[in-house]
Design a protein around this ligand. Structure first.
Ligand code: SF4
Ligand code: SF4
Length: 264
């Protein structure tokens, strides 16, 4: 069940795809979550669940020219909603009021065919979960990277990563050689894949958090470590959205930092 961008665009239409893309980007930029594509059953042709440690953040159902957004609010989350209620649109307030509370919470399902509810959805997601995504100094994401020690311990996907690096970055690194303590590891003996990364050194020297805070971004040094966007990767070899997320999205630093710069 691995759709491509083209197949999702074909199903949703451009307007609805843009809502999916905005929600997906917001979630991935903000939260350390796992993505699972599945059959949508009676709710859609296909669905995408964002979750972590057995807790679902939200589920998207993909239908003909429509996106179903499913968010469940538990007891504590409903208290937060009540406090922030006036910030929500009338449509969401009505939906909230008319939805019954089941054993595990209020199951809010929004059927959308445009981007009008984007701000409401973001507020609901912020109620559900505090942002916890951490970036490297160049804008990569260690917690999304299959080379990261903690991720290898959970599920070793280095064979797949090694293949992806070879195809998309012409990097020859056998799976067993892949292991990284992460960009922000403070151990003196920390091992990093890119041990002498000049961007990391530059960010440390400038005492900033990452390149998005730098006036010179995106400088030529940064561009030596620029990763591939979905479109760029797809041009090298067609890739579905799940595999892109699993093995390449961690390194799409320029798209990510551009969004931060624009304040999205
Ligand atoms: S390879 Fe880069 S993105 Fe992956 S864990 Fe190491 S520092 Fe982080
Ligand atoms: S000069 Fe370039 S590499 Fe250094 S912090 Fe700025 S953008 Fe990043």
């Amino acid at each position: 069940m691995n759709p491509t961008k083209a197949s999702l665009l074909n199903l949703l239409s451009e307007k609805v795809y843009s809502m999916y893309e905005r929600i997906d980007t917001f979630i991935i930029d903000t939260y350390n979550v796992d993505l699972k594509w599945d059959n949508g059953g009676k709710y859609g042709a296909v669905c995408l669940r964002y979750s972590r440690s057995g807790k679902t953040l939200c589920t998207l159902y993909f239908r003909k020219e429509q996106l179903g957004i499913w968010i469940i609010l538990g007891k504590e989350e409903r208290k937060k909603f009540d406090l922030e209620r006036e910030n929500f649109s009338d449509y969401v307030k009505e939906k909230y009021d008319e939805t019954t509370v089941l054993h595990d919470g209020k199951w809010l399902m929004f059927d959308v065919d445009n981007c009008d509810l984007f701000d409401d959805i973001v507020m609901l997601l912020r109620i559900k979960k505090t942002p916890n995504r951490q970036l490297t100094m160049c804008g990569y994401c260690c917690d999304m990277c299959k080379a990261y020690k903690g991720n290898i311990k959970k599920k070793d996907e280095r064979e797949e990563l090694s293949k992806a690096w070879k195809i998309y970055y012409e990097l020859n690194m056998p799976a067993e050689a892949i292991q990284c303590d992460g960009c922000r590891c403070r151990k003196a003996e920390a091992h990093r894949i890119d041990d002498h990364c000049p961007v990391r050194a530059c960010v440390l020297h400038r005492k900033i958090i990452n390149c998005s805070e730098c006036k010179e971004y995106p400088c030529s040094l940064f561009l030596t470590r620029k990763g591939l966007s979905y479109e760029e990767a797809n041009q090298i070899e067609e890739i579905d959205v799940a595999n892109y997320y699993n093995y390449l999205m961690a390194f799409d630093n320029k798209s990510r930092l551009d969004r931060i710069k624009k304040g999205k």
